[in-house]
Every structure is written in C-alpha cells, then in structure tokens.
Design a protein around this ligand. Sequence first.
Ligand SMILES: [Zn+2]
Length: 471
Amino acid sequence: MKVHDMQYSYVRPVVISLCIIAAAAAGCAIVGLPDAPAQPFARYRLTLEDSDLNVIRVCGSIYGANEKETRLVVTHCDGSEGIDPIGLRAFDTGGRKLPVSSDGCGWVVKNSRRDFTFEYSVVVTIEDGYSPEIRNKLTLLGGDRSRVMGRDVFIVPGIPVSSGVLVDVDLYPAWDMHAAFRSVGRRVIVPRACDLSRMMAVMGSYRIHRSPVCGIDLLLAIGGSWAFTDEELFETIRLIVSSETAMFGSSPHDRYLFICDRNPVKGGGGFDYYGVHVANSMVLLLDPGMDRSELYDTPMALIAHEFFHNWNGEAIRPRSDDLLWFVEGATVYFSYHVLVELSIISREQYEWRRERIASRYLENPCRGRVPIRSAGNSDLGDRDMVHLLYDGGFLAAEALDRKLFEVSHGEAGLLDVLRWLYEHESGEQGVDMETIVRSILEVSGHDLSGFLEMLVGDPAPAVLAGGEQSS
Ligand SMILES: [Zn+2]
C-alpha cells in the first residue's frame, strides 16, 4: 500500500495579506462600544442548498464596516485550486443589492462604509475516481455523516477583522456537530479570519471520543465499521500524541480533532491510505477492507508522521521549498522512532523499512544528478523527485542526527535542533538553511554548514544509503 502524504498544501508559501492577525481582544471589537478599535466583525452561516448535487450555501456578514469598499478573497492562495463561489451577491442591511466586481484575484463589494451581507453557493463534490483533487478537498456530504473543511467553502474579507469569527454550521439541523476549533452547539468560534480556511467540522453519525492528553483536548470522530475497535484506535492515537508532545515539551495547539473515515476514492490498485493534516485537524482516510493487524502498520505511521508536522512544518515553517527535505525527511525519521519506542513497530521492522528506503534511494534515477534540497522544487508530480525528497530527506536527517551525536559526544542530536527551532524560531517568518545551521551551532557548538552542503546541496550522494559509513 502506498502512503500518500498531504503535507504539501501548507508548506507552500502562504500569502501573508490573508493572515491578518487581529490585535484586539475578541470582546473589544463589538461595534458601537465607545473605545472599541475600528475593526469589523465577521460571521458566516452554512446551509445545505442541494444535497443531491452537494451544493452548500454560504452567507457571510460584515458588521462595523468602515471602508467604502471591501475585498473578498479565496482563503488559500498557496497554489492549490481556489473555490468558485457561484452567484456571489452582496446586500446592505436594508436588503438593497450592492455592486460587486471581480478584479481577477478576488471580489470588491462597494459597501460605502455600511454593514453588509454576501452570499454564494459552492459545489463540494469529490471526483469519483483516483483524483489528486482529494488532496485539497476534504469536505464530504454523506448519507448519515458529513464533514466540512473551511478552505472548500469560504471566501474571506481581505481586510483586518476582529478575532473570533463565528460560523454557524447549519447544514443538518438535526445532527450533532463537533469541530477542531471550539464550538457551542452548531456554532464554531474560529480564532482569526485567516483560520477560516483551516476550520474543520464533523456532524452526523461520527462516534466521538474525547480525552485530555498532556494538556491537549483530544477528540476522535470515527465513522463506519472497522476491524478494530474505536478504543484501540483512540488509545494508540493518545500514545502517539503524548509521546510526540513530550519530545517538544508543549504543543502548538491545545485542541486536536482526529477524523477516521473510509477513503471514498479507489484507484487502479485498490484503496489507498491518506493522512491529511490541516492545522489542528487530522484526517485519516483508510481502506474500509483493512484487517485488524494493519491498524498497527500504515495508519499508525500516518498518524505519527502527520502529527509530527505540527512542529516540523507548521510551527517550524520552511521559508522556501529547498527546506522540504528537512520538513519531510526529519518527520519520516522521527515518526518511525516514535513507533519503535511505543512498540507499535519492532526494531526489525524499522530496519527493514530503512533498507527499503536506502535501496530505493540508490536506484533513483535523479540521484547523483539532483541535490536533495532541490527535489522539492518541482510540482511534486514527478514520482522520482518525490522519492528523492522523502528518501533522501530521511537519510540526510539520519546522517545529520549521527553527526551531531558524534561531534557533541552524545550530548546533542537532531531532536535538540528541532526543539531549539520550535522554541526560538516558531512563527510566520519561517526558517531557512541559515537558521538550521545556526540552530546546529547553538545545540552542538559546531558549525556543520559544510557537512549539510555535502548532504543536501551536492548532487544526492550514494554514501547516504550506507547508514553507518555516512557519518
Ligand atoms: Zn509529511
């Protein structure tokens, strides 16, 4: 079975203008308060327009509008496909239609400093068949359960709005709803407007399991019947979450929603596994026919891998694609270590996997020609380049870990580097090669820039596959 990693979406550069962080506390921005900062307040309502055609109706409202014009933009300008809002219209509070024009990368509402609402429809169908679209579309409207991913439905104000955007998910009024962000009833409180794209909500027949783990409010929403019990899955998720949180000392989010569901897309070779991590939600789309023993193989590797990206990839954000080897390689490396430590896989299984990675790396036609750090610069549609990125990244992370251990006489390793980066370099500014070199210097007292250049800057070297010899 192939493991498809869906990390690509958020490691691509994010358009900063969309991520306007509201500085005011939520309670200060209600319009009309004498000392309130002049920041508009947004809310949304989602309803089901046509269940057969998978059409969602989105209605947004802007209160406290203080500009003549308000831009509305798609929520992710990261190279992935944007949404197509059908029949976008805007109205003032008296119900009068307002002019809306498109300017190529968004829409402009001429609201003349008045509050207004805007509404549109969006089709959320996933292609029936093996389609890369599933990488981006996580919304699913089903017969007895549904889930909604923000980036599939929202266009958002391109102006600063107050924190605490309210979203009423009224798709199925009779169904219970749970969300990755905090919610009350069917209302989700999205922290900031830039988080709208990352809002995940589930409803209907999902079975909900909930437990505190290391200060994290952990939720599992599981749908359908499986060869394993909900408790078996939840317990293993708890172990992985607590183990990885302990590695870093704290977690970027204080609440996580894991979703386990059947993969609706069947390719030529049968069902594939998918693990998709978007902010504080984690979607596991598994083969409905998998047997119980498989639970402790690929799905657990997916969970360990995707959860590790909370730190390496999200909190420690690569500034450009030439650091994808670090994001993916170190994540593969440490997620396997977590699985060994938790006895989810044996050391022999780990060695076997490492050997497979090393031999695939040696056979890769791009090896010796393309540096590992350049393997992430393509569109990731080239299978050999993807393998070079993941396999080469894993082997480079392993070699770097060994080198650090050696030069520091066992005092420091790659995990110390990651921890240092998490503590000192988390945030929107991101990290680059120079930051990595500096963090290595900080934790080990050694400048390994030359060694790093050999690992990932020169055409991918054969010596990496050798393991021990590489250090
Ligand atoms: Zn990954």
